[in-house]
Ligand binder design. Structure first.
Ligand code: NAP
Length: 255
């Protein structure tokens, strides 16, 4: 029997993706628009590049400008997203920052900056959308972007590792509470991907060589590599997948 591939379609759905102006967030926006979704990108600066790439193939995209280090923006994001396309069906918590520094030198300000965007905002934005989904009983999808440092310790990134390890736990916790409302909470753990986030690493010849030598696939990942897992977790195809984080890492965790 031919499988019903329509289960991967996002036609008629609306997806909100944070950190949508560049990198993996941009890649996910493009993938969702190609799969038929109306896409809302949230970013602190304009998503014009993402908008242009989606307009090229006639996809549907709107942006919301918000600084995700400030928790007070949550109600505004919910309100503006409803004005843009009505009900949001899919939330991707992608925005994230990394600050590289020896653990003995990390400042309270830098610690808070990382935790606020990578962890606190992920919870409160998820809570804000889930409140509506629990009420209308029509379900929803939350996809949290984790990291290899959700599983490993890393070096010189203590706040980032703490936040990304928290993301895997939070993904499981929210799945335990919200699966019964037909809300799928899952994660994607990207490996080493070519984006701004890893620019310093890629420019460091020694670290870059070390990392590349450990990736079984033999190359860094790209935003396009995330598309398949992101569409799967946003679509009906994953309706019985709850609380799990999929690694898209070129085999890094298998080593
Ligand atoms: P990126 O190119 O640096 O993108 C990060 C995105 O988050 C940007 O759009 C950035 O906006 C946005 N952002 C950060 N702080 C924000 C704030 N306060 N308000 C609004 N937007 C904010 O990095 P990326 O690699 O695509 O990262 C996307 C996610 O994947 C992050 O959660 C990252 O931790 C995770 N990840 C990346 C890798 C990798 O190898 N690249 C690996 C594992 C996990 P601006 O452009 O304005 O800063």
């Amino acid at each position: 029997m031919t499988p019903n591939l329509n289960m991967f379609s996002l036609e008629g759905k609306t997806a909100l993706v944070t950190g949508a102006n560049t990198g993996l967030g941009q890649g996910i926006c493009i993938a969702y628009a190609k799969a038929g979704a109306n896409v809302i990108g949230v970013a602190r600066r304009s998503c014009e590049d993402t908008a242009a790439k989606i307009a090229d193939f006639g996809g549907s995209f709107k942006e919301i400008i918000a600084d995700l280090s400030d928790i007070s923006v949550v109600p505004t994001i919910v309100e503006q997203s409803q004005k843009a396309f009505g009900r949001v069906d899919i939330l991707v918590n992608n925005a994230g920052i990394i600050k590289r520094c020896d653990a003995v030198d990390v400042s309270i300000e830098d610690w808070d900056a990382v935790i606020n965007v990578n962890e606190k905002m992920v919870f409160f934005l998820s809570q804000a959308f889930a409140k509506g989904w629990v009420k209308d009983n029509k379900g929803g999808k939350i996809i949290n972007i984790a990291s290899m440092l959700s599983y490993q310790g890393g070096i010189r990134v203590p706040a980032y590792t703490a936040s990304k390890s928290a993301i895997i736990g939070l993904t499981r916790e929210l799945a335990n509470e919200w699966s019964k409302y037909n809300i799928n909470v899952n994660g994607i753990a990207p490996g080493y991907m070519e984006t701004n986030n890893t620019e310093n690493l890629r420019n460091d010849e020694h670290r870059s060589e070390e990392i590349l030598g450990r990736i079984p696939a033999g190359r860094w990942g790209t935003p396009e590599d995330i598309a398949g897992a992101a569409i799967f977790l946003a679509s009906e195809a994953s309706s019985y997948v709850h609380g799990f984080t999929i690694a898209v890492d070129g085999g890094w965790l298998a080593r």
